[in-house]
Write a protein that binds this ligand. Sequence first.
Ligand code: MG
Length: 493
Amino acid sequence: MLTSRVRTGVPVDLLHRTATLLLITASVYLSIHSETQAHSADQPRLPNFVIIFADDLGYADLNCFGSSYPDTPNLDQMAREGRRFTSFCVAQAVCSASRTALLTGCYPNRVGILGALGPGNTHGIHADEMTIAEVLKPQGYATAIYGKWHLGHHPQFLPTRHGFDEYFGLPYSNDMWPRHPTAKFPDLPLIEGERTVELNPDQTKLTTSYTERALKFIEANRDRPFFLYVPHAMPHVPLFVSDKYAGKSSRGIYGDVIREIDWSVGQILQTLKRLKIDENTLVIFTSDNGPWLSYGPHGGSALPLREGKGTAWEGGVREPCVMRWSGKIPPGTECAELAATIDLLPTLAGLAGADLPTRKLDGLDIRSLILGESPVKSPHEAYWYYWGDALHAIRSGPWKLHFPHPYVHVDVPGQAGLPGKLVQLRTPLALYNLEQDLSEANDVSAQHPEIVAHLTALAELARDDLGDSLQKRIGKNIRPAGQLTSATGANSK
Ligand code: MG
């Protein structure tokens, strides 16, 4: 076939074909694009999520959870507008383990992060694990964390590598700094993104600066779905409070600090209301573990629960939890069913229509508990209380069975911000009915051998799956933490 040519030497029919192809491509693009626009306009907007995570706050530190101190008017108001969860548990009563569980939906020993990581650690969250932020990202969520991370401080472990668009905060605990009363630590970095912007920052400003950034983030993302995570450094010791709350509580500096956290919650709730997005935002407030009783008046209270931080007793793992979602959660209600921080990943994923990670999770969807819809029943047949890689107890329904294990008890509480005197105790096998005996005071194992046998059988599933160092058992389904590949450029200032 003869082909006419223009001056460029390009065959004319080729030009025609190219132009036609471009037109088809453009019309297909426009059609898909306008369909997407129409689709998103018709669809209800995906919900926003805000998780506010206090550090070492006790079960009884909020007025709406039994505190006699009127330090929490905003959280009490949040409870009147939302739902209190009175049997809400963390996975382990210590910082890194608890935070890892919240963000990954897994028991922390499944993903290899235990205890409280510090500046000397060379491991952190594994690149193959998925955080809530990573799960929500494909759904178009803006994500931010302002506060304490504690899943590894080297760049490869930081929030910006694990689904968060923005990070400002401390990489580990606020007491891991040169002013620690009994241990040696290097300078404490305050990190923005992946860069250290300050060393040993003025901690009286932390709660305020986290809050200000949270409010800005909400404003900036008012027209799109967002996930905001605010893990406060407080009320973990050493306690610091800004001038606006210093000396305001009758409870001393611990009460002042609680007042400032309560103020922060109030600011976030008011901003959501002002922007008219509170009906599209689920707000969750809870704590990473129970009170650090060793610090006496600088620690909180879990009463009437037994013990506190660092133990598998209820005072360590059961936290005050309030959720608010205007128009969705029935106001002024309470849920006494067992729920846990590991449930938040699958629950938020469900609410956002996001895909779950393909790796095994431990958390379960608790939408019905949050929304007060049928069935209002915990999805957990059994809940496992590990301390490190040792199985200390197991719960099913109201029954909690402690296996013989050692635990640390505060013999003499400290004063003036110093730790107290500890003793190691040991519990024998003991069964408690938490509905009748919230303080785990009356062992009823002798009266209920069939329940002991049932819980012991359920514990075998845990040991098979995750192991139990008390029985020298290695679990079949534990996964490794991430290991430091290179410290190059590690948070260089
Ligand atoms: Mg803590």
